[in-house]
Design a protein around this ligand. Structure first.
Ligand code: MCA
Ligand code: AMP
Length: 502
């Protein structure tokens, strides 16, 4: 084997005129041959720029065939790619690019001018399905490119994940991590060449890129390629697809539309949900409407997929199923790390070939979460039943999941606390009918001051991606605290539990 991911995901179909990406009406958008030619040209362009194996390439691109071809090109050239949320502001991007030491940053042509400042940190080029400076350079390149040799433990990607404290950490993901998990999932979920995956997720996170794309690529199944979750296009695509992966918001949005019914889902064999808890009532409503039991699974950026409800056995609503083959999982005392008896609630720890290689240049953070014997401390609180099914019952980490995107309150609080007239703030997640959870900010003024909430919103807009902005903000005299002086976020969660209720 010369390059584990290239050999398994891209090489088998190279040059074949079979369909690779499809339109919502089932017609061919791009063949495998068209895709591999594009990826080859991009790989040659990257090499011609002087990038060398192991160099990092940061990518903030809209979802398009070109973006996926760039990922394939990085893998082929032995480069480490960093996919970045398209919503990130320049301030957020600068941190990732500087921290990773990326030599090249690729952005959308529409943002190229506005992001010129990044040139102090890395070369900046642009790419989209209609062109861009990188696409221009690629035109002159041949479509056949050398495949750079990689060992299984060589890095393939950095995915930045925030934490309860401090700055985001670059999770170092290897070829072995991604390939092991993709192989497990293809088998567990029975993917074959006959499948058509309806792909409506973003491709800058584990779910859309490593779960969805890698499973389809490894199985040789074409994908209906939607730039985003567009309800009309999803409804149009369903009769041409066999499987879909989504966050719970996909399923609640489908259920909100009366056109979505059993007949429309008749060609589908599998609906998979993850990234955030799927409410048991959504699971039941979905089955009542379509006859399909959604298969819920659980994973993390650092570990890829960890547990899954079974394909053939019982899919239990409100659980994330047993550990996947090759994944060891135990529930431990959060303080001592001792394994707890079955049925007790504790910290979920996991181990397996899927577990990442640590945080980039952050040995203390790596040591705090990844034990020397390979067990990773997930930060999720869970319990395992007598049949081995795991339920996530809470989070040891202060995290809000909105429509499948993770939001760390600390990051929002830090911006608000810096604003004139603010003494302190607390951000919590409140139940939201569309996004599952959404952030609420409680702002405490300095004595005698009256902070301007509109000005705080402007400050948030300048520094944080839109999806992180609190959708409700209000002033309070003080934050509830316990006798130790710690802010009681549970009390705030109870107070704001109905703030987004329709
Ligand atoms: C968009 N907006 C959001 C979100 N998405 N706000 C909060 N949370 C979000 N998730 C903002 C938009 O900027 C817009 O702002 C407004 O909300 C409404 O946009 P809308 O058109 O309704 O949103 P959308 O484009 O339809 O997106 C919603 C979405 C999307 C389809 C749920 O966010 C999505 O595809 N989420 C999937 C995320 C994902 O892949 N997560 C996996 C992470 P304005 O108010 O200005 O109009 S990987 C992971 O978690 C692990 C490993 C795992 O287990 O998978
Ligand atoms: P991230 O690593 O940023 O992609 O987010 C991973 C986190 O999402 C996990 O640690 C869980 O807290 C959460 N998560 C993923 N899948 C599920 C699920 N099916 N149910 C509940 N939480 C989930």
């Amino acid at each position: 084997m010369t390059n584990p991911l290239h050999d398994a995901l891209f090489a088998p179909y190279e040059g074949s005129d079979t369909p690779f990406l499809l339109n919502p009406d089932g017609t061919v958008l791009l063949t495998n041959a068209g895709f591999s030619a594009m990826a080859g040209r991009f790989a040659n362009t990257l090499t011609a720029m002087g990038l060398e194996p192991g160099d990092r390439v940061a990518i903030q691109l809209e979802k398009s065939p070109e973006t996926l071809a760039l990922v394939a090109a990085c893998i082929r050239s032995g480069l480490v790619f960093l996919p970045l949320n398209t919503g990130y502001t320049e301030a957020e991007l600068a941190y990732f690019i500087e921290n990773s030491g990326a030599r090249l940053f690729l952005c959308d042509p529409a943002k190229h001018e506005a992001l010129k400042g990044i040139e102090q940190l890395a070369r900046v080029e642009s790419l989209s399905d209609t062109g861009g400076s990188f696409a221009g350079l690629a035109e002159a390149q041949p479509s056949d490119a050398p495949v750079v040799e990689r060992a299984p433990d060589d890095l393939a990607a950095f995915l930045y994940t925030s934490g309860t404290t401090g700055r985001s950490k670059g999770a170092m993901i290897s070829h072995r991590n991604l390939l092991a998990n993709a192989q497990t999932l293809v088998e567990a979920w029975h993917f074959t060449e006959s499948d058509v995956l309806l792909h409506a997720l973003p491709i800058f996170h584990t779910h859309g890129l490593f779960v969805a794309c890698n499973v389809a690529l490894l199985a040789g199944a074409p994908m209906i390629w939607l730039p985003k979750f567009d309800l009309e296009k999803v409804l149009q695509s369903l009769p041409h697809a066999t499987a879909m992966m989504g966050v719970p918001t996909f399923y609640t949005r489908l259920l909100d539309d009366p056109r979505f019914n059993g007949a429309l889902a008749g060609h589908m064999r599998l609906f998979i949900s993850g990234s955030a808890p799927l409410l048991a009532e959504t699971h039941r409503a979905f089955e009542a409407r379509t006859g399909h039991r959604i298969l819920e699974r659980y994973g993390m950026t650092e570990t890829n997929m960890l547990t899954s409800n079974p394909y053939d056995g019982e899919r239990v609503a409100g659980t994330v199923g047993p550990p996947l083959p090759g994944v060891e999982l135990k529930v431990c005392d959060p303080e001592s790390g001792e394994e707890l008896a079955q049925g007790e609630v504790g910290m979920i720890e996991v181990r397996g070939e899927n577990v990442f290689r640590g945080y980039w240049q952050m040995p203390e953070k790596t040591a705090a979460e990844l034990r020397p014997n390979g067990w990773f401390i997930t930060g999720d609180l869970g319990v395992m039943d007598s049949k081995g099914y795991v339920s996530i019952v809470g989070r040891g980490k202060d995290l809000i999941i909105s429509g499948g995107y993770n939001i760390y309150p600390k990051e929002i609080e830090a911006v608000i606390d810096d604003q004139p007239g603010v003494l302190e703030s607390a951000v919590i997640g409140a139940p939201h009918p569309d996004f599952g959870e959404s952030p609420v900010a409680v702002v405490v003024p300095l004595p005698g001051a009256l902070p301007d909430l509109a000005q705080i919103e402007t400050a948030l807009a300048g520094s944080l991606a839109r999806f992180k902005h609190p959708r409700h903000m209000e002033l309070a005299r003080a934050l509830p605290r316990n006798t130790m002086g710690k802010v009681q976020k549970a009390a705030l969660r109870a107070q704001f539990a109905e703030v987004f209720k329709p």
